[in-house]
Structures are given as structure tokens and as C-alpha cells.
Design a protein around this ligand. Structure first.
Ligand code: HSE
Length: 406
């Protein structure tokens, strides 16, 4: 089957390489024959072995009836959304690695795929090379999934790992992440939680059945985490991780959010280090399942893309039953109304004021703790009430971080 690739960047070039290197074993194992026949990119690649099939014209792909499957690895919503829509309307299957596109336009594109009797698949949009979407929608289909949580951004996990293991400051660790090519020059989407937030929107939509759009989803990043917080977390037998989570709560509501969390060392998520990602799915029958692996990178992500391409090729004449419904008004819960436990680090706060505001708390200590610094863990309560208690007690909080129950 002929495949076209939109976007010859890190992932797109990886897709061409995986198909070239493994086309024989793919044919042996899956009985499908794949060939990349067109690649779209606005840039020139005069040295590339693919130079003869590179084009700058999207029409060369859209109007080519020999192309059955289009891979979208451009990133961003525009022009990816219109290109993908056009391909689906033309009866071409589309495979995308683009989390921003799926998080913001997934419902529309799935509907368009259904209308045109083709597939729109996006395994690589969450967790790079880790199989997550298909295991949730297929292997765990016998479960009701009420909760999913994960470490879904490799760059921020690398930075936190360097802070925890090597004692680097946030700025030093970010610089190293940039030098190693993990973080973008503008690392905002990675370190401020936006990238993880788009991914958890996709997982929440898939697990709970209604599209969760990124606007309105609370997201907090790791840029304010300090080595002092890391040290207090260690004294609580925990590490700090950027956790993206989605949880069904009372009535027909869901809590979907991203924030740094203290994660106990006994948790399956605590040992996920460096650029690795992990996704924990809580099924009512299976219990907790952890999917772990490389969440980014050219060949790892391309591996997931090509898995989808093979699925499209193997199911060329039938559409897979896959997708979710439109968003529901009032469906997203406000995190401030939900119960949590907080870690607080404060300056010049006395224990009497803390205990008056919070009742009993667990105090933490660290090496070289200044006399005017105090850190404690609250009991579980609505976050709104805990924030209110902080304010009432006049506590000058330097850090407030949620404590995870995963
Ligand atoms: N910037 C992302 C990360 C790449 O660091 O995880 C994969 O989506």
C-alpha cells in the first residue's frame, strides 16, 4: 500500500526509516506491503534519499488516488487540520502523531473519518512509542476505566530527575535538556505542563467517552520547583513528578488536570526517570496497569505511527469502531472543589498558627533547614478549603504542591 507523509521532521523522517528498514518483517508478520511514495515538506532536502518523492504541494498527495494512507507528522493545528480533513474526505486513512490536533479537533476528525468510512488513528499522540491508545481501547475494553494518570512529558521528567538525582537546579537541568535536544528552544509547552495537558485530554476523552478540550483544563508546570522542595519530598519518602491525571468523580463529572505532585517511592510512577514516560490505567476489573517506555524520539514515536499504518492497511475496507462522543457542558470539575493533600513550604510561620488553621499536620525536615523555614503535609480536604486556611493563617507559602495518591 502506498503511504504519504505530511511533514519530514523528527517523527516524519523516522516513519520513512521504519518503513524502509522493516518493510520485509512487516510484510511477513502482518501481510501488508508498505511503500512511502510521497513526502510533503516546505523545506528542501537536496541530499535526502527521498528527494525524488518530496513535494511542496499538498495537492500532489490529495489528488493521487494511489495513496491509501496519509501520515500527518507536521504538528500544530494549522494547516494540519485542513490537510487531514481533506484527506479523510477523499477516502484516505489518516494516521497522526499530533497531540495538539487530536486534543483540539479529535472529535471532529473522528466523525469525519466515520462519515467517509476510513480510519483516523493516533497512537503516537500520547506517550510517543508506548502503546497506550490501542491497549486502552482494545485490551482493556472489558473494564470501566475511572482513572488514568501518567508522566506524559519526557522533557520535564528529565529535568526533575536531574534535580532529584544530581542535585541540579531547575535552570541547569533545563539547559542540559536543551543541549541534549529534548527541550525546545522555547520550552514553555514542556515545562509549563501544556504538552502533558493535551495528552491527558486525549486519554480522558478515550477513557470516559466525551471529548475533553484543552481550554478549561487546569495545568501547572514544574518551573517553580526548587531543590528545597525536592529535599523535603525525599524526607517524606517521595519524589516530585509532573503528573497528568483524569478521574471520574461523583455524578457525571471528571477531574482532568496537570500539576507537579509528591509521589511516594512505593508508587509505580516514582521510578519513571529521565525522558521516559509512563501511563497508569485503573480498570475496575484488571486493577492498575502501567505502560512504560520512550515517550518521545524519532524512531520510538515512528514505531507507534507505523503500527497504526499497518492497522489501516490490514483493515483497509472496514472502519475500526473507535472514538468518543462530543463534549458535555459542565462536565469538567473544578480542581479546587476536589479533595487533595498539600505539601506546603513556608517562611516565618509558627506551628501554633499552622495547627490552628489546618488541625494536625505532618512536619518535614531537611538538611541545612533555615530556622525560619517550615514544611508540612496537610490532611486531605477540599483544595479550596486548604487554600483558604493558608490565607486565613497569613502563611507566606513559598511552595504549595499536591500530594498524589497514585
Ligand atoms: N516534547 C515532548 C516531550 C515530546 O518532551 O515529551 C513528545 O510529545
Amino acid at each position: 500500500m502506498n503511504v504519504a507523509i505530511l511533514g519530514f521532521g523528527v517523527v516524519g523522517s523516522g516513519v520513512a526509516e521504519v518503513i524502509k528498514n522493516n518493510c520485509k518483517s512487516i510484510e511477513e508478520n502482518s501481510n501488508v506491503s508498505l511503500k512511502v511514495t510521497r513526502i510533503l515538506d516546505i523545506r528542501d532536502f537536496p541530499e535526502s534519499e527521498y528527494k525524488d518523492i518530496l513535494t511542496k504541494s499538498f495537492d500532489d498527495i490529495l489528488t493521487d488516488d494511489s495513496i491509501d494512507i496519509v501520515v500527518e507528522t507536521m504538528g500544530g493545528v494549522s494547516p494540519a487540520f485542513s490537510f487531514v480533513s481533506e484527506c479523510l474526505k477523499k477516502g484516505k486513512h489518516v494516521v497522526s502523531s499530533n497531540k495538539e490536533l487530536v486534543a483540539t479537533k479529535g472529535y471532529e476528525l473522528l466523525a469525519l473519518a466515520r462519515e467517509n468510512n476510513v480510519n483516523f488513528l493516533f497512537e503516537a499522540s500520547v506517550g510517543g512509542g508506548i502503546p497506550i491508545i490501542r491497549p486502552i481501547s482494545r485490551c482493556l475494553a472489558g473494564n470501566k476505566i475511572n482513572e488514568v494518570a501518567g508522566i506524559l512529558n519526557g522533557t520535564s521528567n528529565f529535568i526533575l530527575t536531574k534535580m532529584i538525582v544530581d542535585g541540579m537546579s531547575f535552570d541547569e537541568a533545563l539547559k542540559l535538556a536543551q543541549d541534549k535536544g529534548y527541550a525546545e528552544k522555547d520550552p514553555t509547552a514542556d515545562v509549563e505542563g501544556l504538552d502533558a495537558m493535551r495528552k491527558i485530554c486525549i486519554l480522558a476523552s478515550l477513557c470516559f467517552g466525551s471529548h475533553v478540550y484543552p481550554d478549561g483544563v487546569y495545568s501547572e508546570g514544574i518551573s517553580k520547583i526548587t531543590l528545597e522542595d525536592v529535599a523535603y519530598a525525599a524526607s517524606y519518602d517521595s519524589v516530585i513528578k509532573l503528573i497528568a491525571r483524569a478521574k471520574k468523580i461523583g455524578g457525571d463529572k471528571a477531574l482532568v488536570m496537570v500539576s507537579p505532585c509528591l509521589v511516594k517511592n512505593s508508587s509505580m510512577l516514582s521510578g519513571v526517570n529521565g525522558v521516559f514516560n509512563a501511563c497508569l490505567v485503573r480498570g475496575d476489573m484488571v486493577g492498575d496497569v502501567l505502560m512504560y517506555g520512550q515517550g518521545a524520539g524519532s524512531l520510538a514515536t515512528a514505531s507507534a505511527v507505523v503500527g497504526d499504518v499497518i492497522d489501516c492497511a490490514a483493515n483497509d475496507k472496514e472502519r475500526k469502531f473507535f472514538g468518543w462522543g462530543d463534549k458535555k457542558e459542565g462536565y469538567l470539575a473544578d480542581y479546587l472543589d476536589c479533595e487533595t493533600i498539600l505539601y506546603v513550604r513556608a517562611e516565618s510561620a509558627d506551628k501554633a498558627a499552622i495547627e490552628k488553621a489546618f488541625g494536625s499536620v505532618e512536619y518535614l525536615t531537611r538538611e541545612n533547614q533555615p530556622a525560619n523555614e517550615i514544611a508540612f503535609i496537610t490532611a486531605a480536604a477540599k483544595e479550596k478549603d486548604l487554600r483558604c486556611a493558608l490565607e486565613k493563617a497569613g502563611i507566606n507559602a513559598l511552595s504549595v504542591i499536591k500530594v498524589s495518591d497514585y
